[in-house]
Design a protein. Structure first.
Length: 99
């Protein structure tokens, strides 16, 4: 499917709301990773955790590794959103040629 002007606008506006959350890199990143580990516990091993580690525990949530990885993931999403750019630059229509 195509990324329409309206869909792009909604995505960027929603991401702008996310960015207004205090310390959003950590808050959103932690939430995403917790959900990911809860839905796919075997993925914890890829990040250096054991299968028994609880993604909701302080051991995980306050670890440097978890905070770093989750924050970097949200920074990656920031970059993706920046690539979508200002809405006005994505959907510029050609002006009719003057004859």
């Amino acid at each position: 499917k195509e990324l329409t002007y309206d869909k792009n606008r909604i995505i960027l506006e929603t991401w702008g709301e996310v960015q207004r959350i205090s310390d959003y890199h950590v808050v959103i990143g932690s939430s995403l990773y917790q959900k990911f580990f809860n839905k796919c516990p075997s993925a914890k091993v890829l990040f250096g955790w054991s299968l028994e580690d609880d993604p909701n525990s302080d051991k995980v949530l306050k670890s440097r590794n978890f905070l770093s990885q989750s924050s970097l993931y949200v920074k990656l999403l920031d970059t993706v959103m920046d690539m979508l750019g200002p809405v006005s630059t994505l959907f510029v229509q050609e002006a009719p040629a003057l004859v």
